[in-house]
Ligand binder design. Structure first.
Ligand code: ATP
Ligand code: MG
Length: 275
């Protein structure tokens, strides 16, 4: 387990606990989707995982060792876990896209050509090579979002944590991002994404973490996101794939335990074999 939050509780100042008794283990090279209603605590949970907030009770473990919240401990955590925040304006600060994306790698003390290689790669992965010299404050929202993600990707973290990264991206940009995150995952990076998109979660994630009123539920995405009771409790829409599978089952075309197709492409592959 690369990062593990154990029995964590968190409350802002004098407020009520936002999270209580929350445990989440992130194994190496898995993709996890974090879902739950507005104000449910997704952003809070991601900030606990990346060390921006400290649990008021419980522990955060990095490779099995409790994280110490001093300078050295937090530096170690942040070189392993990179968070891309929900609002790109809270993340971008340098004058140009290139400066912003190169800031992190430069801070790692890497030689100039290594920094350049990482920046080139990250800009290309996010389709923003052409925006390299543009002032970040003149970019569109989706462009700023991509620039913020590029900055985290350029750090090549072991754990990449993204807070609603696809929100505001056009469909092509969303697919490019999902491809990129899939490739990072296949290369051993642990990826965690908060999202409201249940369809995206079902087709992209290995595991799901769902904030429901009675706490955080975790497990394989295909199981959790087809659990109608959980979906209702967490106020989540039923994913398209789950709805289609229910229709197929009702018509006797799909066996009870069979998870069925998750996307239209899955369905197209599955139909000829089943009929
Ligand atoms: N800085 C803060 N100070 C006080 N309360 C906060 C602060 N940030 C968040 N909260 C409260 O904590 C709760 C959880 O908020 P959080 O942002 O974690 O939810 P979320 O699941 O990310 O929501 P969304 O889907 O809207 O992004 C909310 O009730 C929110 O009002
Ligand atoms: Mg949030």
């Amino acid at each position: 387990m690369i990062v593990r939050l154990h029995d964590a509780r968190f409350a802002y100042q004098d407020g009520p606990p936002v999270l209580d008794g929350v445990s989440l283990a992130l194994p190496e090279g898995r993709a996890t989707a974090l879902l739950g209603r507005n104000g449910g605590g997704k952003t809070t949970l991601l900030r606990l995982l990346s060390g921006g907030l400290r649990p008021t009770a419980g522990r955060l473990l990095l490779r099995g060792e409790p994280v110490s919240y001093d300078r050295a401990g937090l530096t170690r955590l942040r070189t392993t876990v990179q968070l891309v925040v929900q609002d790109p304006d809270d993340q971008l600060f340098a004058a140009s896209v290139e400066q912003d994306v190169s800031f992190g790698p430069m801070n790692l003390g890497l030689p100039e050509d290594a920094v350049r290689a990482r920046v080139d790669e990250a800009l290309q992965a996010l389709d923003i090579t052409g925006l390299r010299d543009r002032p970040t404050h003149l970019l569109s929202y989706g462009q700023r979002k991509r620039a913020a993600i590029a900055g985290a990707v350029a750090m090549r973290p072991s754990v990449l944590v993204l807070d609603e990264p696809t929100a505001g991206l056009d469909p092509h940009g969303q697919e490019r991002l999902l491809d990129l995150l899939g490739r990072l995952r296949d290369g051993g990076t642990t990826v965690v994404m908060a999202t409201h998109d249940v369809d995206l979660a079902l087709r992209w994630a290995d595991d799901a973490a769902v904030l429901a009123p009675d706490g955080l539920r975790t497990g394989p995405a295909a199981r959790l996101l087809t659990d109608q009771g959980l979906l209702d409790a967490a106020r989540l829409r039923r994913p398209w794939g789950a709805a289609v599978s229910a229709v197929l089952r009702a018509h006797g075309l799909l066996a009870e335990g069979d998870p069925g197709p998750r996307t239209a492409e899955d369905l197209a592959r599955w139909l000829p074999a089943a009929t």
